[in-house]
Design a protein around this ligand. Structure first.
Ligand code: ARG
Length: 465
């Protein structure tokens, strides 16, 4: 069946039908399309186009279709151009007279926007719930070793010691921002496009605000031409998804390294790692590598639609149909990656002694020493120089910080006070970083408590922008 044709003498070629049809992917929107059509039947009744009996018949038929459409057999042999055509055809098989009227005052251009918005709104809520689950797993992992110290890196070189929860809270912040970003995408998604018509507004005026409320939208789109042309809300989602994947890829990379023999202070569970078909000793972090790999695909989805929309003349163009494959692909890969990441986090075990050893055999205390000297009045540049010389001397002699006695330090430079001996232990210097956002134990304890409270708020706010 076709929703157009009167103006044509010939029919579309088989190749054009195959090339332009979208049912293969937009069938995923079927429930949204039925929901929108149910609402539209009520609009048409109020406009006097459908009688109350016809509206009831439409409702009955559409409700039955909604129950049937979850069965893949529902689509068997369907050769319709798109999901909208399919729904109208199926409606027509039950109530032909009503199906012939149901498209009054409505365009597929606004319908596809409606369907996508309804589907995406639910998908955003699911993505945010998955983010909350992952964030919860990170906080649990932080609480499992609240006092452990690990090396913090810059340039992938040991830089300063940090608390294990402090490190995990860094990812909590990224996920919290992602959660917010999805909320912003939701706010722009959750507006009713119906009423825009093909581009100029429906010729059958109805109360758009009331329909918006009925369908759970926060409001209505403001301009019919913009509505027909707009896919910003899809891009907002794809950007939020790409950003989340970027964060996951950094966590993946960190943990691939930290769990390697070279770092060796993190252990991933057997349930999220795989062996080698040849090398019996291998325990490979494939789950994390795949998250890192899928990140590239999601970036591609964003880039794909971003490019498709560039330079499109107002308003609707068929190019825009190409928004859905990348949208679905990104949503699926995001969902899978978030679930996988949560499972990896739940499986991970810190090896606190190994992490502490990595801290202690390095010179991560150097900054603490220099800052301590600066506190006693030594100009920082001088302090930096002195400690640098101490490090150089230690490296030459193969000495770790703990190998120096306070007496030896005092002999090394007159500026070195006895206080420095205490700061050779990394946990000591850490205490000085006691300000909001720092890694001092007190600051981290507070940050962890705050994060738990924020997580509760995030959980409770699901389904809101
Ligand atoms: N399938 C189209 C899309 O996904 C919507 C239908 C509008 N088609 C049209 N020829 N105006 O964007």
């Amino acid at each position: 069946m076709k929703l157009w044709g009167g103006r044509f003498e010939g029919s579309p070629s088989e190749i054009f039908e195959r090339f332009s049809g979208s049912l293969a992917f937009d069938r995923r929107l079927i429930e949204a399309d039925i929901e929108g059509t149910l609402a539209w039947a009520r609009v048409l009744e109020k406009a006097g186009i459908l009688t109350p009996a016809e509206r009831r018949a439409a409702e009955e038929a559409l409700t039955a279709l909604r129950a049937e459409c979850t069965d893949p057999a529902f689509f068997a042999g369907a050769a319709d151009e798109d999901v909208h055509t399919l729904v109208i055809r199926k409606l027509g098989e039950r109530v032909p007279g009503v199906a012939a009227k149901i498209h009054t005052g409505r365009s597929r251009n606004e319908q596809i926007s409606l369907d996508t918005r309804l589907w995406l709104r639910a998908e955003i809520d699911a993505a945010r719930a998955r983010l909350v689950d992952l964030a919860a797993a990170l906080l649990d992992l932080a609480r499992a070793w609240p006092d452990a110290i690990i090396p913090g890196y810059t340039h992938l070189r040991r830089a300063q010691a940090v608390l294990w929860p402090h490190y995990l809270l860094a990812y909590f912040e990224m996920l919290a921002r992602d959660w917010e970003r999805f909320g912003q995408a939701r706010a722009r998604t959750n507006l009713l496009p119906l009423g825009a018509g093909a581009l100029a507004g429906s010729g059958f005026p109805f109360d758009r605000e009331a329909l918006a409320r009925e369908l759970g939208f926060d409001g209505i789109t403001r301009n019919s031409m913009d509505t027909a042309a707009d896919r910003d809300f899809v891009l907002d989602f794809l950007y939020a998804a790409a950003m989340t994947m970027l964060h996951l890829s950094r966590l993946a990379e960190d943990w691939i390294l930290y769990s390697s023999e070279e770092f060796g202070w993190l252990e991933l569970g057997d349930e999220v790692t795989s062996g080698s078909s040849l090398m019996p000793q291998k325990k490979n972090p494939d789950s994390l590598e795949l998250i890192r790999g899928k990140c590239g695909r999601v970036f591609g989805c964003f880039c794909s639609l971003f490019t498709t929309l560039k330079g499109l003349p107002l308003t609707y163009n068929r190019d825009m149909q190409e928004d859905k494959p990348p949208l679905f692909e990104a949503a699926d890969e995001l969902a899978g990656s978030l679930e996988m990441a949560t499972a990896v986090v739940r499986s991970a075990r810190l090896k606190p002694e190994r992490a502490a050893a990595a801290v202690e055999e390095s010179w991560v205390v150097a900054t603490d020493l220099a800052e301590s000297l600066a506190r006693t009045g030594v100009p920082f540049h001088r302090a930096h120089e002195l400690v640098g010389k101490l490090v150089l001397e230690s490296l030459k002699r193969g000495r770790r910080p703990a190998d120096w006695t306070p007496e030896e330090l005092a002999a090394f430079a007159p500026e070195f006070t006895s206080e420095l001996g205490r700061l050779l232990a990394p946990r000591e210097g850490m205490k000085s970083r006691n300000l909001p956002g720092g890694t001092a134990p007190e600051a981290v304890r507070r940050a962890l408590e705050e994060a738990s409270a924020r997580l509760q708020t995030m959980r409770a706010a699901s389904g809101k922008s």
